[in-house]
Design a protein around this ligand. Structure first.
Ligand SMILES: *[C@@H]1O[C@H](CO)[C@@H](O)[C@H](O)[C@H]1NC(C)=O
Ligand SMILES: *[C@@H]1O[C@H](CO)[C@@H](O)[C@H](O)[C@H]1NC(C)=O
Ligand SMILES: *[C@@H]1O[C@H](CO)[C@@H](O)[C@H](O)[C@H]1NC(C)=O
Ligand SMILES: CC(=O)N[C@H]1CO[C@H](CO)[C@@H](O)[C@@H]1O
Length: 349
Protein backbone atom coordinates (compact mmCIF):
# COMPACT_ATOMS: atom_id res chain seq x y z
CA UNK A 1 0.00 0.00 0.00
CA UNK A 2 2.53 2.51 1.12
CA UNK A 3 4.90 1.16 -1.45
CA UNK A 4 2.42 2.24 -4.03
CA UNK A 5 2.97 5.81 -2.88
CA UNK A 6 6.64 5.15 -3.02
CA UNK A 7 6.44 4.06 -6.60
CA UNK A 8 4.57 7.22 -7.50
CA UNK A 9 7.25 9.23 -5.76
CA UNK A 10 9.93 7.35 -7.65
CA UNK A 11 8.22 8.05 -10.94
CA UNK A 12 7.99 11.73 -10.04
CA UNK A 13 11.63 11.68 -9.09
CA UNK A 14 12.58 10.33 -12.47
CA UNK A 15 10.70 13.02 -14.30
CA UNK A 16 11.85 15.72 -11.92
CA UNK A 17 15.51 15.06 -12.64
CA UNK A 18 14.96 15.08 -16.34
CA UNK A 19 16.74 17.90 -18.08
CA UNK A 20 14.43 19.65 -20.53
CA UNK A 21 16.26 18.34 -23.58
CA UNK A 22 17.24 14.79 -22.73
CA UNK A 23 14.59 14.36 -20.09
CA UNK A 24 11.99 12.62 -22.17
CA UNK A 25 14.33 9.89 -23.24
CA UNK A 26 15.54 9.29 -19.69
CA UNK A 27 12.07 9.31 -18.20
CA UNK A 28 10.73 6.77 -20.59
CA UNK A 29 13.78 4.55 -20.76
CA UNK A 30 15.24 4.24 -17.29
CA UNK A 31 16.17 0.58 -17.07
CA UNK A 32 17.06 0.45 -13.39
CA UNK A 33 15.34 2.63 -10.86
CA UNK A 34 18.58 3.83 -9.28
CA UNK A 35 21.69 5.04 -11.11
CA UNK A 36 23.87 6.38 -8.37
CA UNK A 37 27.11 7.19 -6.70
CA UNK A 38 28.75 7.20 -3.29
CA UNK A 39 29.77 10.62 -2.00
CA UNK A 40 32.75 10.08 0.25
CA UNK A 41 34.84 12.42 2.42
CA UNK A 42 32.80 13.23 5.56
CA UNK A 43 33.97 9.89 6.96
CA UNK A 44 37.65 10.60 6.32
CA UNK A 45 40.05 11.04 9.24
CA UNK A 46 38.35 8.32 11.26
CA UNK A 47 41.22 8.41 13.75
CA UNK A 48 40.43 12.01 14.69
CA UNK A 49 37.24 12.71 16.59
CA UNK A 50 35.49 14.88 16.22
CA UNK A 51 37.95 16.20 13.67
CA UNK A 52 37.93 19.53 11.92
CA UNK A 53 35.93 20.24 8.81
CA UNK A 54 38.26 20.91 5.91
CA UNK A 55 41.24 19.35 7.70
CA UNK A 56 40.26 15.78 8.68
CA UNK A 57 37.08 15.54 6.64
CA UNK A 58 35.04 17.28 3.97
CA UNK A 59 31.42 17.45 2.83
CA UNK A 60 30.42 17.27 -0.81
CA UNK A 61 30.49 19.87 -3.50
CA UNK A 62 26.87 20.55 -4.40
CA UNK A 63 27.88 21.65 -7.89
CA UNK A 64 29.06 18.10 -8.57
CA UNK A 65 25.64 16.78 -7.59
CA UNK A 66 24.23 18.80 -10.48
CA UNK A 67 26.84 17.32 -12.80
CA UNK A 68 25.91 13.77 -11.82
CA UNK A 69 22.22 14.52 -12.23
CA UNK A 70 22.94 15.87 -15.70
CA UNK A 71 24.49 12.45 -16.44
CA UNK A 72 21.18 10.83 -15.45
CA UNK A 73 22.04 9.84 -11.88
CA UNK A 74 19.26 9.87 -9.30
CA UNK A 75 20.74 8.31 -6.14
CA UNK A 76 23.46 9.65 -3.83
CA UNK A 77 24.81 7.52 -0.99
CA UNK A 78 26.12 9.97 1.60
CA UNK A 79 29.02 8.69 3.69
CA UNK A 80 29.47 10.08 7.18
CA UNK A 81 30.54 8.89 10.65
CA UNK A 82 28.27 8.22 13.61
CA UNK A 83 30.96 9.48 16.01
CA UNK A 84 30.75 12.92 14.44
CA UNK A 85 26.95 13.04 14.38
CA UNK A 86 26.46 11.94 18.00
CA UNK A 87 29.82 12.43 19.77
CA UNK A 88 30.64 10.10 22.70
CA UNK A 89 27.38 8.13 22.85
CA UNK A 90 24.84 6.46 20.58
CA UNK A 91 22.06 8.25 22.43
CA UNK A 92 23.75 11.67 22.58
CA UNK A 93 22.25 14.74 20.95
CA UNK A 94 23.42 15.73 17.49
CA UNK A 95 26.43 17.84 16.72
CA UNK A 96 24.50 20.74 15.18
CA UNK A 97 27.08 21.61 12.53
CA UNK A 98 27.69 18.06 11.29
CA UNK A 99 23.93 17.42 11.27
CA UNK A 100 23.55 20.81 9.58
CA UNK A 101 25.86 19.75 6.78
CA UNK A 102 24.21 16.34 6.39
CA UNK A 103 20.78 17.97 6.26
CA UNK A 104 21.94 20.57 3.76
CA UNK A 105 23.26 17.82 1.48
CA UNK A 106 20.08 15.78 1.76
CA UNK A 107 17.88 18.80 1.14
CA UNK A 108 19.86 19.89 -1.88
CA UNK A 109 19.89 16.45 -3.50
CA UNK A 110 16.21 15.74 -2.88
CA UNK A 111 15.19 19.24 -4.01
CA UNK A 112 16.51 18.11 -7.39
CA UNK A 113 14.25 15.05 -7.30
CA UNK A 114 17.06 12.57 -6.63
CA UNK A 115 17.30 10.13 -3.73
CA UNK A 116 19.68 10.67 -0.81
CA UNK A 117 20.86 7.64 1.17
CA UNK A 118 21.80 8.36 4.78
CA UNK A 119 24.75 6.06 5.34
CA UNK A 120 26.77 5.78 8.55
CA UNK A 121 30.11 4.47 7.25
CA UNK A 122 30.80 2.62 10.49
CA UNK A 123 31.18 -1.11 9.73
CA UNK A 124 28.94 -1.92 12.71
CA UNK A 125 31.41 -0.17 15.04
CA UNK A 126 31.40 2.93 17.25
CA UNK A 127 34.80 4.38 18.25
CA UNK A 128 36.31 1.20 16.83
CA UNK A 129 34.32 -1.18 19.06
CA UNK A 130 31.68 -3.52 17.66
CA UNK A 131 28.26 -2.14 18.59
CA UNK A 132 26.53 -4.57 20.96
CA UNK A 133 24.07 -2.07 22.48
CA UNK A 134 21.16 -2.80 20.15
CA UNK A 135 18.82 -0.62 22.24
CA UNK A 136 21.20 2.33 21.87
CA UNK A 137 21.50 1.63 18.15
CA UNK A 138 17.71 1.63 17.86
CA UNK A 139 17.59 5.00 19.66
CA UNK A 140 20.32 6.38 17.39
CA UNK A 141 18.27 5.47 14.35
CA UNK A 142 15.00 6.66 15.85
CA UNK A 143 16.59 10.07 16.50
CA UNK A 144 18.12 10.30 13.02
CA UNK A 145 14.99 9.12 11.19
CA UNK A 146 12.87 11.66 13.09
CA UNK A 147 14.88 14.40 11.38
CA UNK A 148 14.20 13.09 7.90
CA UNK A 149 10.84 11.34 8.16
CA UNK A 150 8.98 13.89 6.05
CA UNK A 151 11.26 13.61 3.03
CA UNK A 152 10.09 10.77 0.76
CA UNK A 153 13.36 10.71 -1.21
CA UNK A 154 15.47 9.78 1.79
CA UNK A 155 16.67 6.17 2.09
CA UNK A 156 18.17 4.78 5.31
CA UNK A 157 21.23 2.47 5.17
CA UNK A 158 21.53 0.76 8.57
CA UNK A 159 25.36 0.73 8.45
CA UNK A 160 28.20 0.32 5.98
CA UNK A 161 29.69 -3.19 5.72
CA UNK A 162 29.37 -5.15 8.92
CA UNK A 163 32.25 -7.60 9.08
CA UNK A 164 33.88 -10.14 11.41
CA UNK A 165 30.84 -10.00 13.67
CA UNK A 166 28.48 -12.53 15.15
CA UNK A 167 25.75 -13.15 12.56
CA UNK A 168 22.97 -12.92 15.14
CA UNK A 169 24.29 -9.52 16.20
CA UNK A 170 24.27 -8.34 12.58
CA UNK A 171 20.66 -9.47 12.33
CA UNK A 172 19.76 -7.79 15.63
CA UNK A 173 21.42 -4.49 14.70
CA UNK A 174 19.59 -4.40 11.36
CA UNK A 175 16.30 -5.20 13.10
CA UNK A 176 16.95 -2.55 15.76
CA UNK A 177 17.59 0.04 13.04
CA UNK A 178 14.36 -0.91 11.26
CA UNK A 179 12.42 -0.77 14.52
CA UNK A 180 13.91 2.60 15.47
CA UNK A 181 13.24 4.15 12.06
CA UNK A 182 9.63 2.96 12.07
CA UNK A 183 9.18 4.07 15.70
CA UNK A 184 10.09 7.58 14.51
CA UNK A 185 7.19 7.43 12.06
CA UNK A 186 9.50 7.31 9.03
CA UNK A 187 8.09 5.22 6.18
CA UNK A 188 10.85 5.37 3.57
CA UNK A 189 13.00 2.57 2.13
CA UNK A 190 15.56 0.98 4.46
CA UNK A 191 18.60 -0.92 3.18
CA UNK A 192 19.88 -3.59 5.59
CA UNK A 193 23.49 -4.64 5.01
CA UNK A 194 25.13 -7.98 5.73
CA UNK A 195 28.17 -9.33 7.50
CA UNK A 196 31.33 -10.12 5.44
CA UNK A 197 31.43 -6.55 4.06
CA UNK A 198 27.93 -7.11 2.63
CA UNK A 199 29.42 -8.81 -0.44
CA UNK A 200 26.96 -9.93 -3.10
CA UNK A 201 29.25 -12.81 -4.14
CA UNK A 202 29.21 -14.22 -0.59
CA UNK A 203 25.65 -13.23 0.32
CA UNK A 204 24.47 -16.84 0.35
CA UNK A 205 27.71 -18.66 1.26
CA UNK A 206 28.43 -16.36 4.24
CA UNK A 207 25.06 -17.07 5.83
CA UNK A 208 23.77 -13.51 5.35
CA UNK A 209 20.91 -14.73 3.20
CA UNK A 210 19.69 -17.41 5.62
CA UNK A 211 19.88 -14.97 8.52
CA UNK A 212 18.69 -11.64 7.11
CA UNK A 213 15.78 -13.12 5.16
CA UNK A 214 13.89 -13.03 8.47
CA UNK A 215 14.16 -9.26 9.04
CA UNK A 216 10.71 -7.80 9.65
CA UNK A 217 9.53 -4.44 8.40
CA UNK A 218 5.93 -3.38 9.02
CA UNK A 219 6.18 -1.13 5.94
CA UNK A 220 7.57 -3.96 3.76
CA UNK A 221 10.12 -1.58 2.27
CA UNK A 222 13.44 -3.35 2.73
CA UNK A 223 15.95 -3.20 -0.11
CA UNK A 224 18.89 -5.49 0.70
CA UNK A 225 22.15 -3.67 0.05
CA UNK A 226 25.12 -5.61 -1.26
CA UNK A 227 28.52 -4.49 -2.50
CA UNK A 228 30.52 -6.01 -5.32
CA UNK A 229 34.01 -5.33 -6.62
CA UNK A 230 35.59 -7.01 -9.62
CA UNK A 231 39.18 -7.59 -8.51
CA UNK A 232 40.69 -10.94 -7.51
CA UNK A 233 39.87 -10.72 -3.79
CA UNK A 234 36.71 -8.67 -4.28
CA UNK A 235 38.09 -5.90 -2.06
CA UNK A 236 38.01 -3.02 -4.51
CA UNK A 237 41.68 -2.31 -4.06
CA UNK A 238 43.02 -3.20 -7.50
CA UNK A 239 42.59 -1.59 -10.91
CA UNK A 240 42.41 -5.00 -12.62
CA UNK A 241 39.27 -7.08 -13.02
CA UNK A 242 39.30 -10.89 -12.99
CA UNK A 243 37.51 -11.32 -16.32
CA UNK A 244 35.06 -9.61 -18.65
CA UNK A 245 32.15 -11.44 -17.01
CA UNK A 246 33.20 -11.35 -13.36
CA UNK A 247 30.53 -8.88 -12.20
CA UNK A 248 27.58 -10.82 -13.60
CA UNK A 249 29.07 -14.09 -12.30
CA UNK A 250 29.48 -12.68 -8.82
CA UNK A 251 25.86 -11.47 -8.81
CA UNK A 252 24.22 -14.76 -9.79
CA UNK A 253 23.75 -16.47 -6.42
CA UNK A 254 22.47 -13.29 -4.78
CA UNK A 255 20.06 -12.69 -7.68
CA UNK A 256 18.66 -16.18 -7.25
CA UNK A 257 18.33 -15.59 -3.49
CA UNK A 258 16.37 -12.38 -4.12
CA UNK A 259 14.06 -14.16 -6.55
CA UNK A 260 13.57 -17.24 -4.39
CA UNK A 261 12.67 -15.09 -1.40
CA UNK A 262 10.79 -12.34 -3.27
CA UNK A 263 13.18 -9.68 -1.97
CA UNK A 264 14.61 -6.56 -3.58
CA UNK A 265 18.30 -5.64 -3.70
CA UNK A 266 20.61 -2.79 -4.60
CA UNK A 267 24.31 -2.81 -5.37
CA UNK A 268 25.41 -0.06 -3.00
CA UNK A 269 29.06 -0.10 -4.09
CA UNK A 270 30.82 -1.35 -7.21
CA UNK A 271 33.81 -0.21 -9.25
CA UNK A 272 36.51 -1.28 -11.66
CA UNK A 273 39.60 0.35 -13.07
CA UNK A 274 40.12 2.32 -16.27
CA UNK A 275 40.90 -0.57 -18.63
CA UNK A 276 39.10 -2.49 -21.36
CA UNK A 277 38.63 -5.66 -19.33
CA UNK A 278 36.98 -3.84 -16.43
CA UNK A 279 34.80 -1.65 -18.64
CA UNK A 280 33.55 -4.73 -20.50
CA UNK A 281 32.87 -6.49 -17.18
CA UNK A 282 31.05 -3.45 -15.81
CA UNK A 283 28.80 -3.24 -18.86
CA UNK A 284 28.13 -6.98 -18.72
CA UNK A 285 27.26 -6.83 -15.02
CA UNK A 286 25.03 -3.77 -15.39
CA UNK A 287 23.25 -5.44 -18.31
CA UNK A 288 22.67 -8.43 -16.04
CA UNK A 289 21.16 -6.16 -13.39
CA UNK A 290 18.95 -4.64 -16.08
CA UNK A 291 17.77 -8.09 -17.13
CA UNK A 292 16.90 -8.74 -13.50
CA UNK A 293 15.32 -5.41 -12.65
CA UNK A 294 12.44 -7.33 -11.10
CA UNK A 295 14.71 -7.79 -8.07
CA UNK A 296 17.49 -5.19 -8.45
CA UNK A 297 16.83 -1.49 -7.87
CA UNK A 298 20.12 -0.30 -9.34
CA UNK A 299 23.79 0.29 -8.66
CA UNK A 300 25.85 3.02 -6.99
CA UNK A 301 29.43 3.66 -8.07
CA UNK A 302 32.29 3.82 -5.56
CA UNK A 303 33.11 6.75 -5.35
CA UNK A 304 33.07 10.51 -5.72
CA UNK A 305 34.17 13.20 -3.31
CA UNK A 306 36.44 16.24 -3.35
CA UNK A 307 39.49 14.61 -1.75
CA UNK A 308 40.01 11.49 -3.87
CA UNK A 309 42.61 13.09 -6.17
CA UNK A 310 43.68 10.64 -8.86
CA UNK A 311 42.32 7.58 -6.94
CA UNK A 312 41.75 4.87 -9.55
CA UNK A 313 37.97 4.69 -9.02
CA UNK A 314 37.30 8.42 -8.52
CA UNK A 315 34.28 9.63 -10.45
CA UNK A 316 34.63 13.19 -9.18
CA UNK A 317 34.24 15.74 -11.98
CA UNK A 318 36.21 16.89 -13.87
CA UNK A 319 39.45 14.97 -13.38
CA UNK A 320 38.54 11.66 -11.70
CA UNK A 321 39.74 8.76 -13.89
CA UNK A 322 36.30 7.13 -13.69
CA UNK A 323 34.53 10.39 -14.52
CA UNK A 324 36.62 10.72 -17.68
CA UNK A 325 36.99 7.13 -18.76
CA UNK A 326 34.33 4.90 -17.17
CA UNK A 327 31.15 6.94 -16.78
CA UNK A 328 30.80 7.70 -20.51
CA UNK A 329 31.10 3.94 -21.16
CA UNK A 330 28.67 2.65 -18.54
CA UNK A 331 25.96 5.27 -18.27
CA UNK A 332 24.12 3.84 -21.27
CA UNK A 333 23.64 0.63 -19.25
CA UNK A 334 21.15 2.42 -17.03
CA UNK A 335 18.87 3.40 -19.89
CA UNK A 336 17.42 1.58 -22.81
CA UNK A 337 14.23 -0.35 -22.24
CA UNK A 338 11.07 0.12 -20.28
CA UNK A 339 11.17 -0.23 -16.53
CA UNK A 340 9.91 -3.52 -15.22
CA UNK A 341 9.88 -3.98 -11.48
CA UNK A 342 7.64 -7.00 -11.31
CA UNK A 343 8.32 -8.43 -7.90
CA UNK A 344 8.74 -4.92 -6.60
CA UNK A 345 5.36 -3.94 -7.93
CA UNK A 346 3.83 -7.04 -6.43
CA UNK A 347 5.03 -5.83 -3.08
CA UNK A 348 3.87 -2.36 -3.98
CA UNK A 349 0.31 -3.45 -4.55
C1 LIG B 1 44.84 12.72 13.57
O1 LIG B 1 45.16 11.35 13.79
C2 LIG B 1 46.44 11.01 13.32
C3 LIG B 1 46.59 9.52 13.46
O2 LIG B 1 46.24 9.10 14.76
C4 LIG B 1 47.50 11.79 14.08
O3 LIG B 1 48.78 11.48 13.59
C5 LIG B 1 47.21 13.26 13.89
O4 LIG B 1 48.12 14.02 14.68
C6 LIG B 1 45.81 13.61 14.30
N1 LIG B 1 45.55 14.99 13.99
C7 LIG B 1 44.98 15.80 14.87
C8 LIG B 1 44.77 17.19 14.37
O5 LIG B 1 44.64 15.46 15.97
C1 LIG C 1 28.98 22.71 8.11
O1 LIG C 1 30.09 22.55 8.99
C2 LIG C 1 30.93 23.70 9.07
C3 LIG C 1 32.11 23.34 9.93
O2 LIG C 1 31.73 22.84 11.17
C4 LIG C 1 30.13 24.86 9.64
O3 LIG C 1 30.94 26.03 9.63
C5 LIG C 1 28.90 25.09 8.78
O4 LIG C 1 28.10 26.09 9.38
C6 LIG C 1 28.09 23.81 8.65
N1 LIG C 1 26.99 24.03 7.73
C7 LIG C 1 25.72 23.90 8.11
C8 LIG C 1 24.71 24.15 7.04
O5 LIG C 1 25.38 23.61 9.23
C1 LIG D 1 42.84 5.42 -18.98
O1 LIG D 1 43.52 4.36 -19.59
C2 LIG D 1 44.05 4.69 -20.86
C3 LIG D 1 44.60 3.41 -21.49
O2 LIG D 1 45.56 2.85 -20.63
C4 LIG D 1 45.09 5.76 -20.70
O3 LIG D 1 45.59 6.15 -21.96
C5 LIG D 1 44.45 6.98 -20.04
O4 LIG D 1 45.43 7.94 -19.76
C6 LIG D 1 43.76 6.59 -18.75
N1 LIG D 1 43.02 7.74 -18.29
C7 LIG D 1 42.96 8.09 -17.02
C8 LIG D 1 42.18 9.32 -16.73
O5 LIG D 1 43.48 7.44 -16.13
C1 LIG E 1 36.67 0.00 -1.78
C2 LIG E 1 37.12 1.24 -1.13
O1 LIG E 1 37.77 2.05 -1.70
N1 LIG E 1 36.76 1.39 0.11
C3 LIG E 1 37.16 2.55 0.85
C4 LIG E 1 35.97 3.27 1.30
O2 LIG E 1 36.33 4.41 1.92
C5 LIG E 1 37.02 4.20 3.11
C6 LIG E 1 37.30 5.49 3.75
O3 LIG E 1 36.34 6.38 3.42
C7 LIG E 1 38.31 3.46 2.82
O4 LIG E 1 38.94 3.15 4.04
C8 LIG E 1 38.00 2.20 2.05
O5 LIG E 1 39.19 1.59 1.64
Amino acid sequence: MLLKNLFVVAALAVSAIAAPTEGKRQTSTRKLKWFGINESGAEFGEKNFTGVYGREYIWYDLATVDKFIAQGMNMFRLNFLMERLTPNSLTASFDPLYMGNLTAQVNYITSKGAYAMIQPHNYGRFYGEIITDTAGFKTWWQNVAAKFKDNDLVVFDTNNEYHDMDQTLVFNLNQAAIDGIRAAGAKQIITPEGNSWSGAWTWVSSGNGASLVSLKDPENKLVYQMHQYLDSDGSGSHADCVSTTILSERLKAATQWLKDNKKIGVIGEYAGGNNTQCITALKDGLAYLGQNSDVWMGALWWAAGPWWGDYMYSMEPESGPAWKMVLPEIKGSFFGSAMRFRVYLQQVE
